[in-house]
Write a protein that binds this ligand. Sequence first.
Ligand SMILES: *Cc1c(COP(=O)(O)O)cnc(C)c1O
Length: 393
Amino acid sequence: MNDSLEWALEQDAADELAPLREEFLFPPATPLYFAGHSLGLQPRRAREYVLQELDDWARHGVEGHFSARHPWFSYHELLTAPTARLVGALPHEVVVMNTLSVNLHLLMVSFYRPHSGKHRILIERGAFPSDQYAVASQVRFHGYDPAEAVVESDEPLRDLKPDVALALIGNVNYLSGRAYDMPALVRAAHAQECIIGFDLAHGAGNLELALHEWRVDFAAWCNYKYLNAGPGGLGGVFIHERHAGEDLPRFEGWWGHDKAHRFEMAPKYSPIFGAEAWQLSNPPILQLAALRASMELFDRAGMPALRRKGERLTAYLEFVLRDICQVLTPPQRGSMLTVRFRWDATQLVGALRSHGAAVDLRPPDIVRITPMPLYNSFADVQRLGALLRDLHG
Ligand SMILES: *Cc1c(COP(=O)(O)O)cnc(C)c1O
């Protein structure tokens, strides 16, 4: 590795994933885009796919449910196979629906079943605030006091005790960028007969996952960060197949009902086998259309190749940032680096933006920077480093 643009361009020339960059729209004012962990860039084809559904709506009206080019009745199924490949699941273990915080609640309705002696929820310390609010409100809903029943842990592996009913771990942690050892956590949780779910908002599309094989109980993630579904994009859900036939409490709606008989509008709920049984409503087609454009690109690249490139890109970022800042992210990580600069972070991030670089500030002094293997290049990273040295060298 070295700091020269020549070296970076050589890496890009040899990178078989490099052409995927052309499939994305970079904001004209911030061509050095390192904020994909907050909002992924727009895939070029997202517009075409969304317009196709607007056209079919204009052309078919209500008939579009069955006679659109991609009938809306089953549109979400177009996302099933790519989503299953993305997270290492069987097709009937995943569904795209709702948004992340909503899905966490729906999953906790089924998987947080506290009883005396086993009522606590374990989360990683510094979990995303929405997750903290969600678990605190679930605990209160069951009549417990969050101050006592929610355990915030520095080392979840160590704190999986018999009184834990549910562990909900953000993997990767949204702020520190730390990646936990998921298979080890699952084994430790199950040894205590504790259910374990993961918030993969920063894990899906970032790490290589094998949710089925690892026997994760459930997982949920948003698709608009690493997965480029667009603002407010729909979330993904995984429920291990061994829970599909179980008699779990669940909030239900017509979209989870047996498809062959859904429109008979029978009074009794007859669930689809698998994660789709957790669907309540018919989903927003325009959002699904945008997500399709991105998932095609993940399929083209494949997670193993993306992770290999991601590791190299992030290692290069760490290299170009050496001597400029302190890296807070531990070695077990995905693509994101969380750093602290010696200079005023607000000014620095403002100066970067005015020079065309988007990073992400967590006040007062934490900056998150993510080179995305799907669309960032080694030259992007080199230019960011050079810019930082110019600004503060
Ligand atoms: C981004 C993020 C959320 C956001 O939740 P939404 O319901 O999609 O608004 C929640 N949890 C984590 C860990 C996140 O990173």
